[in-house]
Each structure stands twice: as C-alpha cells, then as structure tokens.
Ligand binder design. Structure first.
Ligand code: GUN
Length: 294
C-alpha cells in the first residue's frame, strides 16, 4: 500500500502556520503583507488559479489586489501596472499570471518585477540565488514539492531524483533545488526531457520521480521501479462527458496503475496543486519580513 501524500492536508497545515504568523504581526502592530496579482486575458485555468489565490489571501489575512485585463492589453500597459506596484509600499509581492497573450514578451515582464517583490521566484535574480544556494524567493510549485517531500519524511540524501520536464516554472528550479547541499535536498538529480529517445530509461531508475511533462497519464506502472516515490505535477484537463463540467483533471501519472508499485505518491487533484498557493503566501510573508530586516 503506497503512502498517499495528502497535499490538501499539508497545504492546510502550511496555510495555518502562515495565518498564525500574520495574526501575530497584526497583534504586534505591524503591517499586513500585501500581494498584487495581474491576470491578462480569459484563459479558464488561469482565472481559476487567480480566484484561488485571492481567496487564500482573504482567509489568511493577507491584503490582495487583483487586476484583470482583456486579452488585447498592450505590453506597455502591463509594464506600467507592474512599475506602479514596484513603487507601492503596501504591496510586498507581485504576481503576473502566466501564460501571457502571445503579443506580450513574458521575459520582459518578469524582468520588470522588482526582485524584492518577486514572490513567484521567476526573476533571474531569484533563480540565480536558488542555483547558488543563498536565500531568496523559490518558485511556488518547486517550493511546495520540497515541502511535501520533507513533511512526508521522504529521504532525499543520496537518492536519485528524476525530473521529467525542463520548464522554467517547475523542471529547472526543482532540479536545481534538490541537488543543493542542505538537509532539505542533497539528492542526485537527472533531468529528462522530450529529446530523450526513450524517457523510460531514466524514469525506471528513479527513487523519486517528479513528473512535470504536461502530458496526461504519460507514466504507467512499467515506467517506474518498485518502491518509487512519485510527485505528479501534471494538471491536465481531459474531456469527460460524465463530469458536470464536461472535463476532468488528470496528472502526468496513471495513478491507478502506478499506485501498487509506489512507496509514496501524490494524487491529482489534491497533491502538488494545493501546495502552490500555500507557498505563494509563504513567499509574500517572507517578502515583508525581508523588507523589514534590510
Ligand atoms: N502559471 C502556471 N503556474 C504559475 C505560477 O506558479 N505562477 C504564475 N504567475 N503563473 C503560473
């Protein structure tokens, strides 16, 4: 029987810890942390993520501003909103929901966010700090994965972690986090991506498999070894006429087939997903604390 890593429960634990810290700040007469979110366009998944982020802020006593703009918003306007937030003292964290419409240069937008407010951890300064191993903002999904592994007491030291996927949001940062020489990492990491002639050569060697390929149900029982820990980062919408919304969410891992072989596994939904928002709020709290300690 595999251990089911309950992301919903662990995220609730993390959110509760943040809530306590925020209320302690207020009791001590300090300012509440503030998060500003920009959503451009009407991608349904992005709308739902942004809604979830706003709701979590309200529950934890974090001040939030959400700006929604239409698909045809210019790059100039996006940069000007960010510029304004960079200069607003009540705002400790700035998040621009990705993906942005094609006519907007995502890298230019990320670079325009003040590194001191980069709670998404996507700015090159944050990424550089992560690689070097000095404190900074760690992107939320990778930070959530580490939290899941550590709180579930999955040993990492010397273990072979195979990361499937090389995105800037998940694959690259989680790989770079997990080989760091510290007690919450120290693993041996392989990054596998679409150019591999056969990804199974790599995934079958994994003590810990992090599936972030964005391909529904890609990983089957034959693709992993006995006793593997599986972290499924996939959030894929697939048609399901029997569901009320007409679709269901599945991961990159075929949970039913992999479960009997695994030592531990995250479900989808209810695994990595809930951790992302919890870690975003954690980064926002970290931001206000860092600004006070400068
Ligand atoms: N789109 C998918 N994941 C993320 C994330 O973690 N942050 C932002 N800003 N956009 C995303």
């Amino acid at each position: 029987m595999a251990l089911v890593i309950d992301g919903k429960a662990i995220a609730a634990e993390v959110r509760n810890e943040i809530k306590i810290k925020v209320s302690e700040r207020i009791a001590a007469g300090k300012r509440t942390p503030g998060l500003a979110i920009l959503l451009v366009g009407d991608d349904p998944a992005s709308q739902s993520y942004v809604g979830g982020k706003g709701k979590a802020c309200a529950e934890l006593g974090v001040y939030s501003v959400i700006e929604r703009r239409p698909e045809n918003t210019s790059e100039e306007e996006v940069l000007s909103i960010i510029n304004e937030w960079n200069r607003t003292p009540e705002i400790d964290g700035i998040l621009v929901q990705l993906p942005l419409p094609k006519h907007i240069d995502e890298n230019k937008v990320i670079l325009s966010i003040s590194p001191d407010k980069d709670v998404d951890g996507f700015h090159p300064q944050s990424f550089g700090r992560l690689v070097i191993g000095i404190p900074g903002f760690v992107p939320c999904t990778p930070a959530g994965i580490v939290e899941l592994l550590v709180r579930s007491q999955i040993p990492l030291k010397g273990k072979h972690v195979v990361v499937l996927g090389r995105s800037n949001i998940v694959g690259k940062p989680i790989a770079n986090l997990l080989y760091q020489k510290n007690p919450r990492a120290n693993a041996v990491v392989t990054i596998c991506h679409t150019a591999a002639p056969d990804f199974r050569v790599y995934t079958r060697q994994a003590d810990i498999l992090i599936a972030a390929a964005g391909v529904p149900l890609l990983i089957k029982a034959d693709d992993v070894k006995e006793g593997v820990t599986v972290i499924d980062v996939g959030i894929n919408r697939v048609d399901d006429p029997s569901a009320s919304k007409g679709y269901k969410i599945v991961g990159d891992v075929d949970y039913e087939s992999v479960f009997p072989k695994a030592y531990a596994i995250t479900p989808v939904p209810g695994g990595v997903g809930p951790m992302t928002i919890a870690m975003l709020l954690n980064n926002t709290l970290k931001s206000i604390e860092m600004s006070e300690n400068q």
